[in-house]
Design a binder for this molecule. Structure first.
Ligand code: MV4
Length: 666
């Protein structure tokens, strides 16, 4: 065996992918180096590495995109290779080049390949030369209005306008008629210029309701290349993948062989090295068309790992050492043929009810699924900072066939719980169980067709208020119970008369009466309806509740004044108001109590304590995942107290300021 090219890998990334790369690197005996920003000082990936280096402030530009800081971290720790993960610098040709120039092995393709695939026009020309079918279109140098309009007419409407340097749907327009072309061209051009620093556009025939099918390829430095089958990533929202599976329900063995063959030919033609993915649109007519090539390991690589029985990070490390590919195409084909089916969902800190608005905050409790692969970097008390991607975990199920994988995944999602930060777990679970998805009809139109905004709320649970009341009661007694032996707790003697309780449950104010009964039981009366309940505490975060004879399971965790709980897959947050100052409705309009509407960071204060404000005036600004939200005064008055400062992290419901209305004469 030839001498190793590297021994120590710096992982230029964070979160689940940094952990996932380190896991394989450690298994293979490599030393690892983590890097972290101010926001990630206590992040799991920092502890997982042999050593870790602080590289800058929380915003990505200052840290995970900071090339000099990364190279310096490698030099200081003696790392001789860099794995970029995905996102951040993974497809930055200048970074790959800078690593090579610094004598570091970049675990990925060469800078030239990254650069060649970074431009859609150039990539399509190269791919066409290699015999890969591309979407018919125009990707010429003449970008004049007249030429573009003429080319659009030749292609035939509907036409897609795309940014040549773009990705992820930004700068993309679909034009259905010639009359609409010029305005769309101009707006795409200016969006491309500002988003990608290049106003170069390409035109394509629009494929109607396509599937997104991608082929995983792998190549070594010796001219060998293989494919590992396809992934179907059609179910997306806002051009972000949500569900990925392999094999695709829409791809036959014959189509897989053809798509795989052209992908391998393409990888060889461009002298590609390492892991790569060719993205195709598959039309309803069965024709496939190349869209773009991703020159990195992808988020959804785990479904391929499951069906092919390989570790793609291990392959990346092998290939980067100069070794030949571990398996031949025929061996991979045989594995895929008997590999069953794998499906992955992306668990994201976002609110499906608010157009998938990213959420940040602190994890009150995380319970991963017990029987499925779950790649994550979550733990109780972990911060989900507002600066980075909202994906916090991937859950992957592998089964003998699609129905088997689907059943396992839906079950796994139900047994996991992410409390304290709004997330899409419940939404994913409903997507998986939708008849159209079950039937393999998950096209790119799936979410908008079957889950328009109005359909994203799940059915209200009318037992939630009574259960919330009992969980609050249990939480109150938990401290007492921990100090006294069970037999002295005196549940039988604590029989009480109905006690009034008020609390905020999600966005509703609830008032009800709780009577403590013997034997850890309660009777809850709300609006004339009586519910009898008993509880068995199963763990610090888990309680079984018998509600009117039916057993329900709750996961719960307290975080400050809020108790978070999950009930049959629905998450709730409850804030006890029973002993709050008798200020009336604390959160109701006109109370003068200004509370945070979401998790985020206070980035600006527009008023000072004592200031006179008018209803509707912006008091302060909260930033959540790169979006700013003004918090408004609901009433005229004086800012009596201002309880937060710039830089403070706030959770939903947190009191931010109090406004006292002008004195009124009675
Ligand atoms: C297309 C298309 C139809 N025809 N190109 C969306 C993101 C970017 N990667 C390319 N996209 C599309 N390009 C042609 N010629 C439809 C889409 C598209 C899409 C593609 C894959 C998955 C989801 C999608 C959702 C909307 C549009």
């Amino acid at each position: 065996m030839s001498a190793a090219r590297f021994h120590s890998v710096l992982v230029a990334n964070r979160g689940e992918i940094a952990l996932r790369i380190m896991r394989t690197a450690h298994r293979l005996g490599y030393r690892t180096v983590a890097v972290y920003s101010d926001a990630d000082r206590n992040a799991p990936h920092v502890r997982a590495a042999h050593t870790a280096v602080h590289i800058g402030a929380a915003p990505p530009a200052a840290s995970y995109l900071n090339i000099p800081a990364l190279l310096d971290a490698a030099r200081r720790t003696g790392a001789d290779a860099i794995h970029p993960g995905y996102g951040f610098l993974a497809e930055n040709a200048d970074f790959a080049q800078a690593c090579a120039d610094a004598g570091l092995v970049f675990i990925g393709p060469g800078a030239d390949a990254i650069r060649a695939m970074g431009n859609k026009a150039g990539a399509k020309l190269l791919m066409r030369q290699a015999g890969v079918p591309c979407v018919p279109g125009y990707q010429g140098a003449d970008q004049s209005d007249a030429r573009m309009l003429e080319e659009a007419g030749l292609i035939g409407y509907p036409v897609m306008i795309k940014a040549a340097a773009g990705g992820g749907g930004r700068g993309m327009r679909r034009v259905d008629r010639a009359d609409d072309f010029m305005p769309a061209l101009r707006s795409a051009r200016s969006e491309a210029a500002s988003a990608f620093g290049s106003d170069e556009l390409i035109l394509e025939k629009a494929i109607v309701e396509p599937r997104h099918i991608e082929i995983q390829v792998f190549a070594d430095m010796h001219g060998n290349a293989v494919h590992l089958g396809e992934r179907d990533c059609s179910v997306q929202r806002r051009h972000q993948k949500l569900i990925e599976e392999s094999p695709s329900p829409a791809v036959s063995a014959e189509l897989r062989a053809r798509m795989g063959q052209v992908s391998v030919a393409a990888a060889k033609a461009i002298g590609y090295v390492g892991a790569g993915t060719l993205e195709f649109l598959l039309g309803g007519d069965g024709n496939f068309h190349f869209m773009e090539m991703n020159t990195r390991l992808q988020v959804e690589h785990a479904v391929t790992e499951a069906v092919a029985g390989v570790d793609l990070v291990e392959w990346q490390l092998h290939v980067a050492q100069g070794a030949t590919l571990p398996l031949a195409q025929a061996q991979i084909d045989a594995r895929l043929a008997s590999g069953g089916h794998a499906i992955e969902v992306r668990l994201c800190a976002e609110d499906p009810q608010q157009d998938f608005l990213p959420q940040s905050g602190t994890v009150a409790h995380w319970r991963p699924p017990t029987s499925l692969r779950c790649d994550h970097a979550l733990e109780d008390g972990a911060a989900i900072p507002p600066y980075y991607d909202s994906m916090v975990a991937k859950v992957i199920a592998h089964g003998s066939d699609r129905a088997d994988a689907l059943r396992r995944l839906a079950h796994g999602l139900d047994e996991c719980a992410l409390l304290g930060v709004k997330n899409n777990r419940n939404f994913l679970s409903r997507c998986l169980r939708h008849a159209a998805f079950t039937a393999g009809q998950g096209t790119t139109a799936f979410i908008e067709t079957h889950f328009p905004a109005a359909a994203r709320t799940s059915a209200p649970d009318d037992t939630a208020p009574a259960i919330a009341a009992v969980l609050l009661a249990l939480q109150k007694t938990a401290a007492v119970e921990s100090r006294y032996p069970l037999e002295l707790q005196g549940w039988s003697s604590s029989f009480s008369y109905p006690q009034p309780r008020t609390f905020m449950l999600d966005d509703a104010k609830i008032a009800l009466q709780v009577t403590t009964l013997p034997g850890r039981s309660w009777q809850v009366e709300q609006e004339g309806k009586s519910t009898t309940m008993s509880a068995t505490v199963l763990g610090a975060h888990e309680t079984a509740l018998v509600v009117d004879g039916r057993t329900r399971h709750a996961f719960h965790a307290g975080a400050g004044t809020t108790l978070h709980f999950a009930l049959d897959g629905n998450e709730h947050a409850v804030i006890d108001l029973t002993y709050a100052p008798a200020a009336g409705d604390r959160r109701g309009a006109g109370s003068g109590q200004v509370v945070a509407p979401m998790n985020g960071q206070v980035v600006a204060l527009h008023v000072e304590q004592g200031a006179q404000v008018k209803a509707g005036q912006v008091l302060l600004v909260i930033e959540a995942m790169k979006m700013e939200h003004g918090v408004l005064a609901e009433i005229d008055g004086q800012v009596g107290s201002l309880l937060v400062g710039v830089g403070d992290q706030v959770a939903p419901g947190r009191l931010l300021a109090e406004i006292s209305p002008p004195q009124q004469t009675q």
